[in-house]
Each structure stands twice: as C-alpha cells, then as structure tokens.
Design a binder for this molecule. Structure first.
Ligand code: ATP
Length: 206
C-alpha cells in the first residue's frame, strides 16, 4: 500500500493547519510526523486515514502493483491507535477482542489469547473496559492495532499513558510484529518514533 499526498491542505474554519503537503508514504516505510503541541500532527494523520477531509490538494491510496484504491475503502487496509478513538467502555476485554475481530482479523501467528498475554492483560479478560486504567486501555489499543492483519498502521501518540515498561513493550511489539508494513507515527517523543528514518515536520507546511 502506498499513500500519496499532493499539495494537500487542511483548514478549520479560516485557520489553515497545514498547506501544500506533498509526500509519498511507500509500502513498508516507517514515517514520523513531528511538531509541537497543536501544530497539526494529529490532523494530518486523520487526513491520511480519511477520518478528516482535506480542503485542497489530493490524497491517493494505491495497492501494489499500482492500482488506485477508492478512498472510502482505505479503512479496511489500515489499523489506527489514537487518543480520540475510544474503546467501548461497556465491553469486557474478551468482548472487545471479539468485537474487533468481526471487522479485522489478527496476523496469522497471533491468537487472541496470545495478543492479550503479549500486552500483559491476561488477568483482565472479564473486566469491563470502564474499569481499566488509562495505561491498560492504551495497551489494548496497541494490541488491537499492531496485531491487526492490515498493511498500514497509523499510530497517534502511541505511548500516551504508558509507563516505562509500557514504552519498552510498545517498542518490542513494533520491532517484533511491525513486519514490512507501512507505519506512520504522529508524535513529539523520540521513544514513539524510534523506528522511523523518514521524518516530516509539520512546521514546514504552515
Ligand atoms: N475539530 C476541530 N475544529 C477546530 N479546530 C481544530 C479541530 N481539531 C483540531 N483543531 C485545531 O487544529 C490545530 C492542530 O491540532 P492537532 O490536534 O492536529 O495538533 P497536534 O500537533 O496533534 O497536537 P498535540 O501534540 O497537542 O497532540 C490546533 O490548533 C487545534 O486546536
């Protein structure tokens, strides 16, 4: 999967958040979107994911070999972990996994039980998400995204609410299970984008 932005811009009301972003996110590449608080990193990631519509320029998705994917189909090919995407508080952990698997299966080598054990939540299978700590919720979000069998991972501040052990866990999961997928991280913390040789500064597009 390749994502191409050409002269892409996004505004809220009269405020341009970014303009004239031209970038190619290649299959298997690792990219970080960097910038200070409020600069537009999340907004750019949401434009890439299709959650927000851009106001100028284009965003195109292409599969290999070069074949354009309709933008409304991209959600099937990506998994997202982001602070603004909420878990269903009424579900237990087991129900959350089952619900997720109705839409996206896990990578073949990982069973749901293994996924939960890998993020250290095996003792909370029957606990409702509303009783999870913020760090436990983040571990679950990471499991649901990183173990999804999709070619693109979009991670917005992936270490939010994680302690030192959680950050190490995130880095291990990316290293062990990132595979050859396209990964785009929105972040201002090096620990979150340690694996990304390609860096885009949102400040360059003001
Ligand atoms: N729905 C919205 N309506 C109006 N303005 C918005 C909306 N969403 C975001 N903004 C504004 O867009 C700008 C960029 O926000 P964004 O969340 O993309 O920044 P960020 O770089 O991800 O910040 P942080 O590092 O704090 O997460 C901010 O000024 C924010 O107030």
């Amino acid at each position: 999967m390749k994502i191409t932005l050409h002269q892409t811009g996004k505004r809220f009301n009269y405020d341009w958040i970014f303009r004239r972003v031209s970038a190619t996110f290649s299959e298997g590449g690792r990219y970080a979107i960097l910038g200070p608080n409020g600069s537009g990193k999340s907004t750019l990631l949401q434009v890439i994911s299709g959650h927000l519509h851009h106001n100028e320029g284009t965003v195109t998705y292409s599969t290999m070999p070069e074949e354009l994917l309709p933008p409304d189909q991209f959600f099937r090919h990506c998994a997202i972990a982001a602070p603004y995407l909420e878990l269903v508080e009424e579900f237990t952990l087991a129900e959350s996994i089952q619900f997720h698997l109705q839409f996206k299966r896990f990578i073949p080598e990982i069973s749901p039980q293994e996924a939960i054990a890998l993020v250290g939540l095996e003792k909370s299978m029957d606990k409702q998400i509303r009783y999870f700590s913020s760090g436990m919720k983040q571990r679950l979000k990471l499991a649901l995204s990183i173990f999804s069998d999709v070619p693109v991972l979009l991670l917005d501040e992936p270490c939010t609410n994680l302690d030192t052990a959680g950050i190490k866990l995130y880095q291990q999961l990316i290293t062990n299970y990132g595979g050859n997928r396209l990964i785009i991280v929105s972040s201002n913390d090096e620990q979150e984008y340690f694996m990304c040789p390609n860096r885009i500064s949102i400040q360059d597009y003001k």
